[in-house]
Design a protein around this ligand. Sequence first.
Ligand SMILES: Nc1ncnc2c1ncn2[C@@H]1O[C@H](COP(=O)(O)OP(=O)(O)OP(=O)(O)O)[C@@H](O)[C@H]1O
Ligand SMILES: [Mg+2]
Length: 507
Amino acid sequence: MMPDDDFFQESLSGISASYLGVLYRFSVILNSTLDLKKTLEYLTNAVRDLINAERCVIDLREECCGIKRETFNFSAEHIKDLSETILKKVYETGDSLRLIDAQSHEEFRKKKSIKRLGIRSVLAVPIKWADDVIGVIYVDNKNVINAFSPEEERLLEALANVASVAIRNSRDYANLRQSLTDYKSTLSKGFFYTEEFLVISDKMKKIVDQIERIKDKDWINVLLIGETGVGKEVVARAIHAKSGRKDKLFNAVNCPNLQEELFESHLFGFKKGAFTGASKDHKGKIYAAEGGTVFLDEIGDLSLTLQAKFLKVLETGEIEVIGANKPIKIDVRFISATNKDIEEMIEEGLFREDLYYRLAGYVIEIPPLRERKEEIIPLANLFLAKFSPGGVIKGFTPGAKEKLLQYDYPGNVRELRDVVKRAVVLTDSDYITEKDIIFGRRKRKKKISMEDNLSLKDLEKIHIMQILEKTGWNMTSAAQILGITRQTLRNKIREYNLEKFKESSEI
Ligand SMILES: Nc1ncnc2c1ncn2[C@@H]1O[C@H](COP(=O)(O)OP(=O)(O)OP(=O)(O)O)[C@@H](O)[C@H]1O
Ligand SMILES: [Mg+2]
């Protein structure tokens, strides 16, 4: 609410021209820089000129400003001696706090830091942006009781208002520069090999060299080996996109989903009238990819019966369409992928050696993400750009980046993508901070458990989001799984502001 004229009359009547001079100079000087540190330095100087304080701290919300705290007038090692309780109160209420004597104040005198430091006078005012408190200007005095007057409180508030605009401007400027530098450095270190395939590390550049070597020898079948989520499908698509087959289909077959009795109809297809219900010709996945590529995902999960069926296709180069009177020659390249140790499976009699040699004409082994850590931040930025609707979220705070770098990603790039997506859902600010980065720790087998410090609300938000994605935003099935009515689901979506993720959910 805007203060009225009486307010200004009453609270600023005692302010001398020299005070106004300081305020004026401060507002002018702020226009001369876009450097956040300088802005904060000017701000502290102005505070010093206006108010008789011993210490001054400008505390900023990390998620808003990218930096946490700037301390002036006292050295960095004393930073822990600040009363966090006072700051917290201002952040929570959005109101200024002026203590005449903290040592005898009902609420604060018991606080350890206030006792230990012997702080007497305190003045803390919020730096606001719209309804948000983005920071606090805090000053104190140890020896003097009642060191700060109500007029000084108003002055500091005026200063905070001017500073708020300047802080936001310099922060946005700094972030833009940072994004530009990040972008330049990403591009100087790496490149997009295809639209969806970012390559930064030497290890992945070697993979690209391998793709280059075989892309035109498209009679060679390729086997991709790598842990779950390393990017096997991305590489498979890249091989297809760079080969002479690029204008034909890339058809993916998920081997664990293949049913033995439907193998032929699913992969080869059938002729009209071949059986009851075959009302028209149907081309199966392999037949439809004629001239193109068939991607056999998770071949380690093929039963021995299906292995024999695939072997026949590879040996003869022919398929038997149901209802056709003779086999049909096909020209497709097979790229298969697995995260299993196929050679060990061969030794155990679980995988046919002859099929392996047919599929593994050329083998590419994709390294796990933890062995190419320099890709973590560029990939995280890429996913952020994809998931942040309208680019509302501008980046990661340094603390968040640090946290991303320290994890070892058993689920590799897919897991990093999911972590970024979850952070976008969870964050309330325009920067992703450390607390928004939540890893699913792997416990025994495949069970994933979330970090323990999530609130019930956050868990609910994440869970609803996951179910919506799983059901392709089908409200009826999502509500059914969640055990709530569609109306409740709709309310929750509104409450958590999830609607904006609908578009990016297909990625
Ligand atoms: N180098 C990369 N650049 C950009 N995105 C990538 C890269 N590698 C992987 N991704 C993304 O990570 C996710 C997982 O990749 P992909 O599906 O290719 O992995 P996968 O090895 O096939 O995983 P799975 O074993 O679970 O099938 C996808 O969303 C993909 O787009
Ligand atoms: Mg895959």
